[in-house]
Ligand binder design. Sequence first.
Ligand code: FAD
Ligand code: NAD
Length: 477
Amino acid sequence: MTNNKKFYTVMQYDVIVIGSGPGGYVAAIRCAQLGLKTACIEKYSTFGGTCLNVGCIPSKALLDSSEHYHNAAHTFKTHGINLENLQVDFGQMVKRKDEVVAQTTGGITFLFKKNKITSYQGVGSFVDKNTIKVTKADGSEETITTKNVIIATGSKPSSLPFLKVDKQRIITSTEALNLPEVPKHLVLIGGGVIGLELGSVYARLGAKVSVVEFMDAIIPTMDRSLSKELQKVLQKQGIEFYLGHKVTGATSDGNEVTVTFDSPKGDKMELKADYCMVAVGRVAYTDGLGLENIGITVEERGKKITVDEHLETSVKGVYAIGDVVRGAMLAHKAEDEGTFVAELIAGQKPHINYNLIPGVVYTWPEVASVGYTEEQLKEKGVKYKTGSFPFKASGRARASMDIDGFVKVLADQATDEILGVHMIGPRAADMIAEAVVAMEFRASAEDVTRMSHAHPTFTEAIREACLAATENRAIHI
Ligand code: FAD
Ligand code: NAD
């Protein structure tokens, strides 16, 4: 006699998210909002991933504190404010940063409870595509089942093969956020986003900061006009740059670090410092996930998980988002992908415009960019026109003594559609949102010129740059 009865395994969850960074926690919250039974596994004791614990939030807390000090030391006098015995209490600065981190990660705990998301603390790994094992800190294990999995395991700092990061003197961004003292001399390997942000923190606090960058420009992937202007401003702030120089080694005797590098002409050079931070990019993190158990392989370079246009891996029902997949390693990109996959699983038809994900560098002045760079338009053979407006011509910028930088708008020569906006200046990180909105709605430069901008604000510079791109009609230059 045959038994025709079919047996179905009842899955505990509709979705299990592995990792609670901005990709993972946003995915989990959106899944829960859409009525999916959701769990999130995080190996650390706090939620929020790199971004909240050792990335965006603590770096911005230290950037804000160090900027206050820098202004008190350098610009208050001109404003008519005299301070005596100005001092940095670095311990308090780090403590405040830790409090900001604790409040922010605690906020995710609250949001998980509010949205009835079950959280598991431990390392999540695949047994099969529907079964995840959670290995807790005490070694105990629990197995949970699910219809869908979202991998959001993020990234970790990468290094150079010949370099030993000892985490004491030769450090990554993680240690740079928790140093016991302000370095006397900090050498940065890499003039990208992390190097320039954390380099700014310590330069403002009095450290000598030297940047050794392999390419011939800092922030080399952004519009070259931004690299040039930022370098000029940071040099004025005392940071020194060795561009086009190739690092060949870094060793520490416990107190002093020696960094060796070759000049573009091949001269052997060295710098001695008390700290050296390696900031040459990040690699995807998939250790311990057990991807091999479900037949997922990672890319040789960068260790990223391959996904299709729906962020689905080669295994149906297993998705991956954020730093662990292709594209910019940015918190808001991870968040957008978290929302995208949640909505896809719930049967919706979401969309992400990857070309309109803004990039920001939180130096002062801030650098922000969206859309195509001038170099990319040239390479694509697109006919474009440009309009620029310098902050030194802005009344608001003069009032606040923030006259470095400019806004540059690139628009299609024939249609006037805005193709790229690149700015360096005060509050550029917030102002870039106007450009993103305009470009999402496929505005022309002239459209922006016809919208009222409050006076006096920094945003008037965007309108002026659009005016400059529209038959050279800027009013204030
Ligand atoms: P992550 O934030 O890396 O989170 C992944 C999480 O998964 C981690 O908590 C990890 O513990 C967990 N995990 C990994 N494996 C497992 C496992 N097997 N089981 C359970 N849990 C696991 N981006 C910006 O947009 N703006 C900024 O200002 C900015 N500043 C930065 C400053 C610094 C110093 C650094 C280092 C990065 C910064 N970034 C910034 C980048 C940003 O932090 C990342 O792009 C973002 O955190 C990626 O999010 P994610 O969710 O993909 O991964
Ligand atoms: P990055 O890619 O921004 O910069 C790395 C730099 O190191 C590049 O300029 C590269 O040319 C240089 N480099 C590489 N090899 C080198 C070598 N051998 N010698 C000298 N220079 C070398 O990487 P990052 O600064 O480490 O940041 C990692 C990621 O974190 C970035 O992808 C970024 O998106 C993200 N992040 C974002 C923000 C932000 O949005 N504000 C802040 C910090 C970090």
